[in-house]
Design a protein. Sequence first.
Length: 181
Amino acid sequence: MKQDCESLPGRADILRMAKLKNKTLLDIGTGPLSIIAARDFNCWVTNIDISAEALRAAAMEVKREGLEHKISLEQEDAADLPYPDRAFHTVISYGALHHNSPNVRERIICEAYRVAEKQIIIAELTETGFNQIHSSSGFVAVDLDWLERILNSLGEVKQYSSKMMNVYTCKRETLLDYGCS
């Protein structure tokens, strides 16, 4: 998998690896993934963020790319999603989990599980990546051993590891009833 200028796994490579052409996606947290998915993979994307400011900035990018018909930007809490069960083909969180407090991260994963029809993809910074990018941010790094245990309790997990970020994919067909309520 190719890496971007920050040595992170490329978003397009993740989308390609997951075979996400012509699909519906829920993208947790604003960033370039939604634009890449809509523009280059013909996906219909609902991009959520809790921050109105982040959504305003994303809206300018979506408009600049002319993708308003393919990307919906919504202010939502990833730990309490308003969408019905299995509403999206795939739910993706690319480097967003560490932007949430540790006490709500499991709830975010449960909500992703609930609204995903086919798969969940979570990309999260390694200790090296977190220290390089967010060392003085006030965020708390995700314990990747914990994340892997939670995801493995859902079912079969495929993992891609790099120095800066790990990418975990859980296929819905193999997901177990984790008991998220």
